[in-house]
Design a binder for this molecule. Sequence first.
Ligand code: IVH
Length: 666
Amino acid sequence: MSEAPLDSLTLEALLAQIAEADLAYHRDDRPIIDDARYDALKREAERRGAVLTEVGAPAAAGFGKIRHAQPMLSLDNVFAPEEFTEFCTRIRRFLGLDASALHFVAEPKIDGLSISLTYQNRQLSRAATRGDGEEGEDVTDNVRTLANLPLHLPEDAPTLIEIRGEIYMARADFIALNATQARPFANPRNAAAGSLRQLDPRITASRKLSLFAYARGAANVPVAQTHWQYLDSLRRWGFKVNPLAAPITEADAADFQARIGALRADLPYDIDGVVYKLDDLALQDRLGFAGRAPRWAVAWKFPAERAITRLEAIDIQVGRTGALTPRATLTPVNVGGVIVTHATLHNEDEITRKDIRVGDMVEIQRAGDVIPQIVAVLAAQRPPDAVKFSFPDHCPICGALAIRPEGEVVRRCTGGLSCPAQIVERLIHFCARPAFDIEGMGEKTVREFHALGWLNTVADIFALPDLEAKIAGLDGWGTLSAAKLSAAIRARQRIPLARFIYALGIRRIGEANAKLLARHYGQFAPWRDAMIAAQIIGSDARLELGVISGIGPSIAEELVGFFAEPHNRALLDALSAQLSIEDDTGPGENTPLAGKTIVFTGTLETITRPEAKARAEAAGAKVTESVSKRTDYVVLGADAGSKATKAAALGIALLTEAEFRALAGF
Ligand code: IVH
């Protein structure tokens, strides 16, 4: 996932990144960003007014869905004694209790995944993951394979009862499993989730998963009056209940917290805090829930785990979008039971800001699933031969220039179309609807053909018809679909210039900017020549590019960067030889603004006046200064004055900025 500066992202992009990270974490059990970045994304989205719900994973495809009889909720967190006291005060206030101490059951907070187990007629009838809290995945067949789970309950159990608990993988089992994995899991939690969510229960059976039962779900008769008694029943019925669980009073919580904290590193499984649950179930029921969490329980989390180790090297990874991300290689160190060998360094500035040098002793931090981070450099322990890191200005994968536009934190490879790290994304973009729109070349096909070695550059797409016989022989294809694909590819060998420019996937050149460029330069060859000539600052070509309304300096820089790369130029030549790129002959007859006369008035808030004018013209409209009978539309900015009044008097259609954008198609 790209690490664009937050303020350069639209709210939609922020939400999309959060959703992608949620899926990677919850559904795929493979986190793609670290916690700090995730929190920053969420904070920024909330700052801009988004209302984010509790993180969860939608039920994954492949499993049946189960709607929970009662939602599976999360817990509020506290981190300090005062916060725990506040939690107790809230309970007392809510229930109208006097100052007498509250009674809790304290249990380690297991770092696994929660599960809901339903027993009908004392037989395990279904098991569901939490999913998004409302609806989870039906993992009954997989859960049946767990070694320490009762499949039948004794006579004294209710005939209908749902029991909740945590499925986890012991650290030793995690390490043993990872030794056999081509792609090791990041931590025991991910390993447990990945093992449980196997479509083939035999795989789950081969993994060592365990379960601690710890909470009530629905039941047709009450089982106990206190949580402690409830846990007793669970034990009696054959469930494993955490042996460290204990009844305590409010005043003992801090000591209990410290005691479990001290045991933490030596426990055979990961925990990330202690859960305190009010013992009296009648009081629990009175307290109920606030939002997504019960009022009667709280998770007192441990501080993040830290360790000190040596930074051995910094290497650069290139993401799918061409972002160059620095990664630290560390002398392996055990942090809370997990061996850490890498940490994220976020970006170029982070290295400078923390003055991180290769050879330094660094303090690293991990918490649960987080990709470890470097929190500090121990400057006093700096060896004399520690070396400052100089961030490369070329892509380590393809060797192309890597540029960092002004005001951005991320440096990106300009190899784009020819960089192996980016090619799959580029191919997908190239074939997609607003670009070449090649029917049948969706993401799945692109990935498949790339894996087969048939698509190494976008120019290879047009050689696919030569492979028609081979394609026909692939699983799920056949002569008919292969022939259809060849026809679809050939049909797109004629392409309008704007679509062609857009398809190249140059950063910041979306559909609207591609149209502006196509409209301005008209033909492929003059555009290409101008972009190459524009590399020289102060050249006529550069000046011309700078005055196209709507094309700001950062867009110009991306264009110039793209054309500066010899691979890209070679690829453009190869492509243009195979295609017939249609000239842009001016506004089409069918755009809604074609032939219309527009007046802008007032202060536009989402675009500048020159850009608005250029967009209108690109959509075929004429822009004039004063309102007359010949005016078709008046676009109203803030504080519009006499022109608006005049337009209204003449009965001319008034547009908001948003309406104008919609008509102009951007
Ligand atoms: S009680 C209504 N007890 O923590 C709340 N949860 O942050 C029911 N967890 O989704 C949860 N150990 O997966 C409870 N001893 C424990 C727990 C525990 C781990 C997890 C559980 C829950 C999450 C909430």
